[in-house]
Design a binder for this molecule. Structure first.
Ligand code: F6P
Length: 375
């Protein structure tokens, strides 16, 4: 292959602050520095399959550094299972055809865990793919950080700061639900920075009795309010055991029927877990006799202008991506490593995720300032 001339770019998965900064980083470096052409695909892999494009020129890339969301639009569609006209279809061939039609020398996919898997699928079909790690959850494997996390961390911390007023004034327990289904980075980081009294994360299954005990202890010492920062995916020890047992069934399943049965069982458990934060608050109220309230931070955490750190990270990764394309490198995720970047093969990243290690320094520090993890 000669020098890359034309690249495609898309954003996939949940929107996240810093996506536009990354599009701008890749785009400006590709256009202005390397003299390549760049074309955007709308709404993630769906737009790539349906050949819906957006011209990315100097003007389009200007003024987007500070803008939240993604100018390209996004979706959670999968390459091999996309609902088209009410039917699940494998869109791999359509995607290959469209990449050929646009004479792409490389395709850049910005996204989290799901995006890495889709990108690997395309790599295996022969496409020259590169990815950048984006997610407020900070849970992409083999990168020091993902863009979006720092902004969400700031938003969730400010929310916890503000919740203190009501908790303190009304002598209440305020349970703040923070995003993060599989990994607790956001709840942990904002919980520590916001001074939450209890932090519950998926990596540390909790015992509600222990949480109530910690809250009662505070009351005995004259502090009759508490802030509980709970990740969406945090669960009790019993629930964690139930999930683990179904996961084991799914792994061991030797037939399609067994796999499908385990999948359905998992879905039922997930549906049951959906209202966990509300149940947790009610239960804590019963156990402590303190009034409890819930605040679900939700999509506020993903919205708005990216922090300076996220703009920097997205620009660093985006420009490094354009450099790698120019060098003819593909089939990799452009990871953040120390002050620099590293090209990590997609095979190492796809299907993995980065959870909070049990001995992580943040957890150790939180324990030393008296934070309860419910364990
Ligand atoms: O992956 C980012 C994330 O914001 C998670 O923290 C959250 O659980 C999920 O997306 C929500 O997904 P959706 O946008 O599909 O509701």
């Amino acid at each position: 292959m000669g020098k890359a001339k034309r690249i495609g770019i898309l954003t996939s998965g949940g929107d996240s602050p810093g996506l536009n900064a990354a599009i701008r980083g890749v785009g400006k470096a590709a256009l202005g520095f390397h003299g390549m052409e760049i074309i955007g695909f709308r709404d993630g892999f769906r737009g790539l399959a349906e050949n819906r494009t957006m011209a990315l020129e100097k003007n389009t890339l200007a003024g987007i550094l500070t803008v939240g969301g993604t100018i390209l639009g996004t979706s959670r569609d999968k390459v091999h299972r996309m609902e088209i006209d009410g039917k699940m279809r494998d869109m791999s061939s359509a995607i290959l055809r469209n990449c050929e039609k646009h004479k792409l020398d490389a395709l850049v996919c910005l996204g989290g865990g799901g995006t890495q898997k889709n990108a690997l699928r395309l790599k295996e079909l022969g496409l020259r793919v590169l990815t950048l790690p984006k997610t407020i959850d900070n849970d992409v494997a083999h990168t020091d950080a993902t863009f979006g996390f720092d902004t969400a961390l700031g938003i969730a911390t400010e929310a916890i700061d503000r919740l203190h007023s009501t908790a303190h004034s009304h002598h209440r327990i305020v349970v703040a639900e923070i995003m993060g289904h599989r990994a607790g980075w956001l709840a942990l980081g904002s919980g520590i920075a916001g001074g939450a009294d209890v932090i519950l994360i998926p990596e540390i299954p909790y015992d509600i009795g222990r949480i109530a005990q910690a809250i009662r202890r505070r009351s005995h010492h004259g502090t009759n309010f508490s802030i509980v920062a709970v990740a969406e995916g945090a669960m009790s020890k019993e629930d964690a055991q139930a999930f683990a047992s179904v996961e084991r069934k799914r792994e061991k399943a030797s037939s399609k029927v067994e796999r499908e049965a385990a999948r359905l069982e998992l879905e039922t458990l997930e549906a049951k877990h959906a209202g966990n934060t509300l149940r947790l608050a009610r239960h804590l109220e019963e156990l402590t006799h303190l009034e409890s309230r819930v605040t679900i931070l939700g999509y506020v955490q993903r919205g708005g202008t990216p922090s300076a750190a996220d703009r920097l990270l997205a620009t660093r990764l985006g420009t490094a991506c354009a450099d790698l394309i120019r060098q003819g490198v593909h089939g990799v995720m452009v990871a953040a490593r120390g002050e620099g970047t590293e090209a990590v093969p997609l095979e190492k990243v796809a299907g993995r995720f980065r959870s909070v290690p049990a001995d992580h320094g943040w957890i150790e520090s939180a324990r030393r300032v008296g934070t309860c993890f419910g364990d």
